[in-house]
Write a protein that binds this ligand. Structure first.
Ligand code: 5GP
Ligand code: MN
Length: 343
């Protein structure tokens, strides 16, 4: 069973002994795993008496705005001066849930040249060489699973606080779609069991994440699936899109379209699902796939993005319609994966 190495845990222990001012960074548009792993580390370090700060590149979505410690999170984009003062005094950096400097957006300019120890904990493929100490495990369900093992190893005695365990559970739940994908490794359930032992209220967490949306959001979901989903049967593909005008019509709030891209995969015979969302200066692209279809390669090669085999994201500078046309035109490149799925 894949699990954390003792060597990594001991390296982290040694670094923690040397540093008091510690900053944790995660990727732009932070999702549940990014916020979960970052806030878990933040809370843990605070409990240990360290002066820790969690910085996110841009604002987070409402569905995560209740997490323990979230009120102390610094948003780089809106609080640049404060973030830069903190970064300048930092003695140790943690990178969680990303492995490419581009995922930090503008915050990367302040990080890249810093001559201080950098520790990366992440589960995305092909890590870039941006940290001194790296724990990368593609088979992990989530970065939260890895942080759980780290903290458990550091403590040796299963004494995570309820706050830390609550944050970690958010990442496992969201990155596995409530234990439906990326969760066939016993390590994932052992981590979840440890969190339950720490006293988390799992039902409360699920309720906060999934049952806390606006009426507009549910109507937007209905509109998107009913009126905007296009199926391309010969390529086992479905895609959805939302223009800025449609978003305005449904009073779109950040995070409202979270998870939309997963729904078309529930149709029999669909192997690839894509979602194109128009933004002010680009089109945000999301891809989800089944089996061995490499959504990350598709995104990396054509949409300046990346991610996991079955969940990837990217962007396009073309118009919404041109982006959709481009997407349709590249599908033949991936024909063998559609055929594999049919076999
Ligand atoms: P989502 O579709 O939810 O935005 O992203 C799905 C997955 O793809 C996430 O694991 C995320 O880390 C990754 N991802 C999303 N956007 C980008 C991007 O612009 N670049 C890269 N390299 N990965 C991305
Ligand atoms: Mn993740």
């Amino acid at each position: 069973m894949d699990t954390i190495s003792l060597q990594f845990t001991e390296q982290v222990r040694a670094q923690l002994a040397l540093a008091n001012n510690i900053t944790i960074l995660t990727h732009k548009n932070p999702d549940g795993d990014a916020m979960g792993s970052g806030l878990a580390l933040y809370n843990y370090l605070q409990e240990k008496g360290k002066n820790s700060t969690f910085i996110v590149p841009n604002d987070l979505a409402n569905y995560l705005n209740w997490m323990p410690g979230v009120e102390n999170t610094i948003v780089y984009e809106t609080d640049k001066d404060k973030a830069e003062t903190i970064i300048a005094a930092t003695e140790l950096l943690f990178f969680v849930d990303f492995n490419h400097s581009s995922r930090l957006s503008a915050a990367n300019d302040k990080i890249a040249g810093l001559q201080i120890p950098k520790i990366m904990i992440d589960h995305h493929p092909e890590p870039e060489n941006i940290a001194n100490i790296v724990y990368s495990r593609i088979s992990a369900s989530s970065t939260c699973e890895m942080v759980y093992e780290l903290l458990n190893g550091l403590e040796n005695d299963n004494t995570l606080s309820k706050d830390v365990a609550t944050c970690l559970m958010v990442g496992i739940i969201t990155d596995t779609g409530k234990f439906s994908h990326n969760s066939s490794n016993p390590a994932t359930f052992m981590a979840a069991a440890g969190m339950l032992k720490a006293g988390i209220d799992k039902d409360f967490i699920v309720d906060k994440i999934y049952n806390n949306y606006s009426e507009d959001r549910l109507r937007l979901l209905g509109h998107t699936m009913c009126n905007k989903m296009v199926i391309i049967p010969e390529y086992g593909t479905a895609f959805i899109s939302l223009s800025l005008e449609e978003q305005q019509k449904f009073n779109f709030q950040k995070g409202d379209a979270e998870g939309f891209v997963n729904y078309p995969l529930s149709i029999a015979g669909i192997t690839l699902s894509a979602f194109f969302m128009e933004k002010e200066n680009m089109v945000k692209c999301s891809f989800r796939s089944k089996g061995d279809f490499p959504a990350n390669i598709l995104s990396q090669n054509h949409f300046k993005g990346g991610g996991h085999l079955n969940a990837a994201g990217g962007e396009s500078q073309l118009s919404l319609n041109e982006t959709i046309e481009k997407f349709k035109s590249i599908l033949p490149e991936f024909e063998k994966y559609f055929n594999n799925a049919k076999a």
